[in-house]
Write a new protein. Structure first.
Length: 338
């Protein structure tokens, strides 16, 4: 590893349209930075290939006024700016009160130092943790190569057990499952104006060279989340090192359950597929029914029916099932205690 940044041109912008104009001008040569906890490490380690070039221009969006804001209006929901730090999300009173699954997920990311620097946008748009992708000597599919080395190589920890494709790396974000569980939408700025995309379609999965639906001349400016009246929310994560590590498996859910009957549910698994996995079959199974111990156990089993683990990561099926069972059990207890 080289651990030395290559040369680059630095653009510090003060409004979104200025950032968009640079991205449109430089195209694939430019990348957005804010906390830069992932991008700079990729640049230092020369992680590149035919379809992944080291950026020549870095567009710093952290000085854009208001882009780190967290705002809430009853009936309209929550809006989080892309440069809001993970610490802001973990400590925001309004998020902890009305959208606690976001605060829980943010608190599980990295170390205190990383949460102070890392941002919402960076966490959602980060690259895979696969050791082959992260090594400069392997030109894997995500870099424009013709193969995924992890399929026959090392894939115990940060790789998928379902929804495989040309790449089997698991999606690493903790915030993504939480925000999808709340039916959040990405707010995207580009030369054609602002657009919104449901976060469950924002992540492009195994056969894409990137991880998101962003075009080279677009940037994520924030996320909007609708109100969640009366919902119980939980985020759980299992990892190797509990002090600070990426997930082996995680689950985020939001359940509305008057009189213990599930009226509405969203259950999302993280780090088990190339994109956050919405467990729609489980949601259908529990909606309209009373959540008792037997149904919860059945739902947990159903959460991994699409799993096709690789040679060394079958244990993730059990991890995912246990996390779903614990999360549903906890949300029932929490809602009954209100």
């Amino acid at each position: 590893m080289l651990f030395e940044l290559p040369g680059f041109e630095y653009k510090s912008v003060t409004d979104v349209q200025e950032a968009v104009s640079y991205l449109a001008r430089y195209g694939e040569k430019a990348k957005v930075i804010a906390g830069a906890t992932d991008l700079l490490s990729l640049m230092k380690d020369r992680i590149e290939g035919p379809a992944l070039k080291t950026p020549e221009v870095l567009v710093n969006i952290k000085k854009i006024p208001g882009l780190n804001a967290i705002s809430y209006k009853e009936g309209n929901g929550l809006r989080i700016g892309a440069t809001a730090t993970l610490k802001q999300l973990a400590t925001s009173d309004i998020i902890r009160e009305k959208f606690p699954v976001i605060a829980e997920a943010a608190l599980h990311v990295g170390t205190t130092q990383l949460r102070n620097m890392g941002t919402l946008g960076g966490n959602l748009c980060q690259r895979p943790r696969c050791s082959y992708f992260r090594h400069p000597h392997f030109i894997c599919f995500k870099k424009g190569g013709d193969r995924c080395y992890a399929i026959s190589g090392e894939h115990r920890f940060y790789h998928a057990i379902m929804m495989h494709g040309k790449c089997v790396a698991a999606h690493p974000s903790d915030l993504a499952p939480a925000l999808i569980a709340l039916r959040g939408n990405a707010v995207i700025a580009g030369p054609r104006g602002e657009r919104r995309a449901p976060l469950d379609t924002f992540f492009t999965g195994a056969n894409s060279l990137g991880e998101t639906a962003l075009e080279p001349d677009e940037l994520l400016t924030g996320v909007v989340v609708p109100d969640q009246p009366g919902s119980g929310q939980v985020f759980l994560k299992e990892r190797i090192r509990h002090a600070a590590d990426f997930a082996l498996a995680s689950v985020a859910l939001s359940v509305r359950m008057p009189a213990r009957v599930c009226e509405k549910a969203r259950i999302v698994l993280g780090s088990v597929a190339p994109a956050p996995y919405v467990a729609a079959a489980v949601e259908d199974m529990i909606t309209g029914r009373k959540l008792d111990r037997r149904l919860i156990a059945t739902a947990a089993e159903a959460s991994v029916t699409e799993a096709r683990p690789l040679r060394m990561n079958g244990y993730k099926m059990d991890l995912a099932k246990v996390l779903v069972e614990r999360a549903l059990t906890r949300v029932v207890k929490d809602l009954e205690g209100r």
